[in-house]
Design a protein around this ligand. Structure first.
Ligand code: MF3
Ligand code: CO
Length: 261
Protein backbone atom coordinates (compact mmCIF):
# COMPACT_ATOMS: atom_id res chain seq x y z
CA UNK A 1 0.00 0.00 0.00
CA UNK A 2 1.31 3.48 -0.88
CA UNK A 3 1.71 6.18 1.76
CA UNK A 4 -1.30 8.47 1.46
CA UNK A 5 -1.09 12.27 1.41
CA UNK A 6 -3.99 13.83 3.29
CA UNK A 7 -6.02 16.73 1.89
CA UNK A 8 -6.58 19.84 3.98
CA UNK A 9 -10.10 18.60 4.81
CA UNK A 10 -8.69 15.26 5.99
CA UNK A 11 -6.06 17.09 8.06
CA UNK A 12 -8.83 19.15 9.68
CA UNK A 13 -10.64 15.96 10.70
CA UNK A 14 -7.44 14.34 11.99
CA UNK A 15 -6.66 17.53 13.91
CA UNK A 16 -10.03 17.26 15.64
CA UNK A 17 -9.54 13.52 16.28
CA UNK A 18 -6.15 14.31 17.84
CA UNK A 19 -7.54 17.12 19.95
CA UNK A 20 -10.21 14.80 21.33
CA UNK A 21 -7.70 12.03 21.98
CA UNK A 22 -5.44 14.45 23.87
CA UNK A 23 -8.42 15.40 26.04
CA UNK A 24 -9.21 11.73 26.70
CA UNK A 25 -5.60 11.13 27.78
CA UNK A 26 -5.62 14.17 30.03
CA UNK A 27 -8.86 13.04 31.69
CA UNK A 28 -7.50 9.53 32.19
CA UNK A 29 -4.29 10.91 33.70
CA UNK A 30 -6.34 12.85 36.27
CA UNK A 31 -8.35 9.76 37.20
CA UNK A 32 -5.41 7.38 37.70
CA UNK A 33 -4.91 6.36 41.33
CA UNK A 34 -3.57 3.44 43.35
CA UNK A 35 -6.25 0.79 43.95
CA UNK A 36 -7.93 1.34 40.60
CA UNK A 37 -8.35 -1.70 38.35
CA UNK A 38 -7.11 -1.66 34.79
CA UNK A 39 -10.70 -2.40 33.68
CA UNK A 40 -11.92 0.77 35.42
CA UNK A 41 -9.39 2.72 33.33
CA UNK A 42 -10.75 1.09 30.16
CA UNK A 43 -14.38 1.77 31.09
CA UNK A 44 -13.68 5.43 31.79
CA UNK A 45 -11.66 5.73 28.59
CA UNK A 46 -14.41 4.22 26.45
CA UNK A 47 -17.01 6.48 28.07
CA UNK A 48 -14.89 9.58 27.42
CA UNK A 49 -14.21 8.62 23.79
CA UNK A 50 -17.92 8.11 23.11
CA UNK A 51 -18.87 11.29 24.99
CA UNK A 52 -16.84 13.27 22.43
CA UNK A 53 -18.67 11.65 19.51
CA UNK A 54 -15.88 9.23 18.63
CA UNK A 55 -15.59 5.45 18.38
CA UNK A 56 -12.84 3.58 20.23
CA UNK A 57 -10.68 2.17 17.42
CA UNK A 58 -9.06 -0.60 19.47
CA UNK A 59 -12.31 -2.27 20.55
CA UNK A 60 -12.65 -5.55 18.59
CA UNK A 61 -9.62 -4.68 16.44
CA UNK A 62 -8.36 -8.16 15.45
CA UNK A 63 -10.38 -9.38 18.43
CA UNK A 64 -8.82 -7.03 21.01
CA UNK A 65 -11.47 -6.89 23.79
CA UNK A 66 -11.12 -3.33 25.12
CA UNK A 67 -10.84 0.36 24.18
CA UNK A 68 -7.66 1.23 26.08
CA UNK A 69 -4.49 -0.87 26.22
CA UNK A 70 -3.26 -0.76 29.82
CA UNK A 71 0.29 -2.10 30.23
CA UNK A 72 1.83 -2.20 33.71
CA UNK A 73 5.57 -2.31 34.59
CA UNK A 74 7.24 -5.07 32.50
CA UNK A 75 4.29 -5.09 30.10
CA UNK A 76 5.37 -3.25 26.93
CA UNK A 77 2.07 -2.76 25.08
CA UNK A 78 -1.38 -4.29 24.48
CA UNK A 79 -2.10 -5.20 28.11
CA UNK A 80 -5.74 -6.30 28.42
CA UNK A 81 -7.77 -4.45 31.07
CA UNK A 82 -8.94 -6.72 33.87
CA UNK A 83 -11.19 -6.38 36.94
CA UNK A 84 -8.56 -8.37 38.85
CA UNK A 85 -5.54 -6.21 38.08
CA UNK A 86 -5.09 -3.35 40.56
CA UNK A 87 -2.59 -0.59 39.91
CA UNK A 88 -0.41 0.23 42.92
CA UNK A 89 1.82 2.99 44.17
CA UNK A 90 5.22 2.59 42.49
CA UNK A 91 3.85 1.04 39.27
CA UNK A 92 4.40 2.55 35.85
CA UNK A 93 1.32 2.34 33.65
CA UNK A 94 1.18 2.84 29.88
CA UNK A 95 -2.16 3.88 28.44
CA UNK A 96 -2.61 3.52 24.70
CA UNK A 97 -5.83 4.80 23.12
CA UNK A 98 -7.24 5.30 19.66
CA UNK A 99 -10.28 7.21 18.43
CA UNK A 100 -12.18 7.45 15.16
CA UNK A 101 -13.75 10.84 14.43
CA UNK A 102 -15.87 11.13 11.26
CA UNK A 103 -13.92 8.25 9.75
CA UNK A 104 -10.44 9.50 10.75
CA UNK A 105 -8.13 7.92 13.29
CA UNK A 106 -5.85 9.27 15.96
CA UNK A 107 -3.60 7.06 18.10
CA UNK A 108 -1.58 8.11 21.17
CA UNK A 109 0.04 6.58 24.25
CA UNK A 110 1.43 7.93 27.50
CA UNK A 111 3.27 6.28 30.42
CA UNK A 112 2.60 7.46 33.98
CA UNK A 113 4.11 6.72 37.37
CA UNK A 114 1.58 5.90 40.09
CA UNK A 115 2.39 7.89 43.22
CA UNK A 116 6.04 7.74 44.14
CA UNK A 117 8.12 5.72 41.68
CA UNK A 118 11.83 4.85 41.58
CA UNK A 119 14.30 7.23 39.96
CA UNK A 120 15.08 4.51 37.43
CA UNK A 121 11.43 4.20 36.46
CA UNK A 122 11.03 7.97 36.09
CA UNK A 123 14.15 8.16 33.93
CA UNK A 124 12.82 5.43 31.65
CA UNK A 125 9.51 7.30 31.24
CA UNK A 126 11.33 10.56 30.53
CA UNK A 127 13.78 9.08 28.02
CA UNK A 128 10.97 7.30 26.17
CA UNK A 129 9.12 10.60 25.73
CA UNK A 130 12.37 12.31 24.71
CA UNK A 131 12.92 9.56 22.10
CA UNK A 132 9.66 10.59 20.45
CA UNK A 133 10.69 14.27 20.33
CA UNK A 134 14.13 13.30 19.02
CA UNK A 135 12.46 11.29 16.25
CA UNK A 136 10.00 13.94 15.13
CA UNK A 137 12.80 16.46 14.60
CA UNK A 138 13.22 14.57 11.33
CA UNK A 139 9.50 14.36 10.41
CA UNK A 140 9.85 16.98 7.72
CA UNK A 141 9.36 17.06 3.96
CA UNK A 142 12.58 16.05 2.21
CA UNK A 143 13.91 13.83 4.98
CA UNK A 144 13.62 10.07 4.87
CA UNK A 145 11.40 7.93 7.05
CA UNK A 146 14.24 5.99 8.62
CA UNK A 147 15.92 9.23 9.77
CA UNK A 148 13.14 9.19 12.39
CA UNK A 149 13.79 5.52 13.23
CA UNK A 150 17.54 6.00 13.57
CA UNK A 151 17.19 9.09 15.77
CA UNK A 152 14.86 7.30 18.19
CA UNK A 153 17.06 4.21 18.35
CA UNK A 154 20.25 6.21 18.84
CA UNK A 155 18.80 8.33 21.66
CA UNK A 156 17.61 5.27 23.62
CA UNK A 157 20.64 3.09 22.98
CA UNK A 158 23.10 5.83 24.01
CA UNK A 159 21.32 5.89 27.37
CA UNK A 160 21.63 2.15 27.86
CA UNK A 161 18.06 1.17 27.05
CA UNK A 162 16.66 -1.65 24.92
CA UNK A 163 14.61 -0.62 21.89
CA UNK A 164 11.72 -2.96 21.10
CA UNK A 165 12.13 -4.32 17.55
CA UNK A 166 9.09 -6.53 17.21
CA UNK A 167 6.60 -3.64 17.05
CA UNK A 168 6.61 -0.43 15.04
CA UNK A 169 4.88 2.89 14.54
CA UNK A 170 2.74 3.28 11.43
CA UNK A 171 0.97 5.54 8.99
CA UNK A 172 -2.54 6.49 10.07
CA UNK A 173 -5.65 8.04 8.52
CA UNK A 174 -8.88 6.36 7.47
CA UNK A 175 -7.26 3.22 8.92
CA UNK A 176 -5.46 2.92 12.25
CA UNK A 177 -2.59 1.10 10.55
CA UNK A 178 -1.58 2.43 7.17
CA UNK A 179 1.74 2.36 5.32
CA UNK A 180 4.53 2.89 6.21
CA UNK A 181 5.76 0.80 9.14
CA UNK A 182 7.98 2.97 11.35
CA UNK A 183 10.64 1.01 13.25
CA UNK A 184 12.23 2.62 16.30
CA UNK A 185 15.83 1.75 15.42
CA UNK A 186 18.26 2.30 12.55
CA UNK A 187 17.45 0.39 9.37
CA UNK A 188 20.82 0.96 7.73
CA UNK A 189 19.00 2.55 4.78
CA UNK A 190 16.93 5.65 4.17
CA UNK A 191 13.40 4.40 3.53
CA UNK A 192 10.70 6.42 1.75
CA UNK A 193 11.00 10.16 1.25
CA UNK A 194 8.76 12.14 3.62
CA UNK A 195 6.21 14.49 2.06
CA UNK A 196 3.95 17.17 3.47
CA UNK A 197 0.50 15.73 4.24
CA UNK A 198 1.70 12.35 5.47
CA UNK A 199 0.29 11.43 8.89
CA UNK A 200 2.27 9.10 11.10
CA UNK A 201 1.84 7.45 14.51
CA UNK A 202 5.32 7.47 16.01
CA UNK A 203 5.62 5.30 19.08
CA UNK A 204 8.88 4.41 20.79
CA UNK A 205 8.62 1.37 23.10
CA UNK A 206 11.70 1.37 25.31
CA UNK A 207 12.87 -1.21 27.85
CA UNK A 208 15.09 -0.70 30.90
CA UNK A 209 16.89 -3.96 30.01
CA UNK A 210 17.00 -6.13 26.91
CA UNK A 211 15.13 -5.18 23.74
CA UNK A 212 13.72 -8.68 23.54
CA UNK A 213 10.05 -9.30 24.27
CA UNK A 214 7.65 -12.20 24.58
CA UNK A 215 3.88 -12.63 24.49
CA UNK A 216 1.70 -13.76 27.38
CA UNK A 217 -0.77 -16.63 26.94
CA UNK A 218 -3.57 -14.14 26.21
CA UNK A 219 -1.77 -13.66 22.84
CA UNK A 220 -1.92 -9.86 23.27
CA UNK A 221 0.16 -8.66 26.19
CA UNK A 222 3.76 -8.02 25.14
CA UNK A 223 6.25 -8.24 28.05
CA UNK A 224 10.00 -7.74 28.34
CA UNK A 225 11.88 -11.03 28.19
CA UNK A 226 14.01 -10.11 31.22
CA UNK A 227 11.00 -8.66 33.15
CA UNK A 228 12.59 -5.21 33.18
CA UNK A 229 10.33 -2.15 33.08
CA UNK A 230 9.09 -0.82 29.76
CA UNK A 231 7.61 2.54 28.69
CA UNK A 232 5.62 3.68 25.65
CA UNK A 233 4.97 7.15 24.24
CA UNK A 234 3.05 7.83 21.04
CA UNK A 235 1.46 10.67 19.11
CA UNK A 236 -0.18 11.09 15.75
CA UNK A 237 1.84 13.65 13.77
CA UNK A 238 1.49 15.50 10.47
CA UNK A 239 4.52 15.99 8.24
CA UNK A 240 4.82 19.50 6.76
CA UNK A 241 7.44 21.41 4.79
CA UNK A 242 8.60 23.03 8.02
CA UNK A 243 8.55 19.98 10.27
CA UNK A 244 6.18 17.93 12.39
CA UNK A 245 2.87 19.09 13.80
CA UNK A 246 1.71 16.88 16.66
CA UNK A 247 -2.03 16.35 16.25
CA UNK A 248 -2.59 14.54 19.56
CA UNK A 249 -0.70 17.05 21.74
CA UNK A 250 -1.37 20.80 21.82
CA UNK A 251 1.13 23.45 21.10
CA UNK A 252 3.83 21.64 19.15
CA UNK A 253 4.65 22.79 15.64
CA UNK A 254 1.39 24.58 15.10
CA UNK A 255 1.47 27.92 13.37
CA UNK A 256 0.80 31.01 15.42
CA UNK A 257 -2.80 31.74 16.11
CA UNK A 258 -5.17 29.17 14.79
CA UNK A 259 -3.44 25.84 15.20
CA UNK A 260 -4.21 25.03 11.58
CA UNK A 261 -1.91 24.29 8.70
N1 MF3 B 1 -1.35 1.95 19.39
C1 MF3 B 1 -1.38 0.55 19.10
C2 MF3 B 1 -0.93 0.38 17.69
O1 MF3 B 1 -0.53 1.31 17.13
C3 MF3 B 1 -2.57 -0.11 19.58
C4 MF3 B 1 -3.41 -0.98 18.72
S1 MF3 B 1 -3.61 -2.52 19.34
C5 MF3 B 1 -5.22 -2.90 19.48
O2 MF3 B 1 -0.85 -0.65 17.11
F1 MF3 B 1 -5.39 -4.06 18.99
F2 MF3 B 1 -5.54 -2.84 20.71
F3 MF3 B 1 -5.95 -2.11 18.81
CO1 CO C 1 0.01 3.06 17.24
Amino acid sequence: MPITIKSSREIELMTEAGRILETVHNELAKALHPGMTTLEIDRLGEELIRSYGCEPSFLNYNGYPASICVSVNEEVVHGIPSPHRFIREGDIVSLDAGVIYKGYHSDAARTYGIGHISKEAQRLIDVTRECFFEGIKYAKEGNHLFDISAAIGRYATERGYGVVRDLCGHGIGTQMHEAPEIPNYSQGRKGPLLKAGMTLAIEPMINAGTWEVSWLDDDWTVVTKDHSLSAHYENTVLVTEEGAVILSLSGYGKRDGDGQI
